[in-house]
Design a protein around this ligand. Sequence first.
Ligand code: IDP
Ligand code: MG
Length: 138
Amino acid sequence: MSAEETLILVKPDGVARGLSGEILRRVEAKGYRITDLRMVTASRELLAEHYAEHEGKPFFAPLLEFMSSGPIVAVRAEGDRVIEGFRSLAGATDPTTAAPGTIRGDLGRDWGVAVQQNLVHGSDSTLSAERELALWFA
Ligand code: IDP
Ligand code: MG
């Protein structure tokens, strides 16, 4: 049986702030293996599919605007329980209250805009990981 896989995205704010290396360093330091990586400026179509579960929410349009505003680093990572493990490394969605020690808690903050710019995305289940990896690494 092969190890579990997840999709990690360094969002445009993380790339723009020069934090891609620091974020990937944390993933590797934890012991997960990066097995594929690409830099991509995502289309609205890709992002609408990626975030389909949030369609209709007030932050959906700002989210697509933000996520298409610049390059993203898309990462395929593997390791036992990597989905849960990366979500734990990332921290809570709101960077203001995300625990110190997490990526969002240490490196993120609120910028007073309509969508939380919180540096990273990580798949939240095996089903999401499979679906999202197919979208970003087609
Ligand atoms: P997650 O990234 O922690 O899994 P989701 O609920 O899947 O969080 O939301 C996707 C993204 O949408 C978040 O990472 C964040 O950028 C943004 N977002 C989520 N909820 C809110 C909100 O209540 N206000 C503003 N932006 C939000
Ligand atoms: Mg999510």
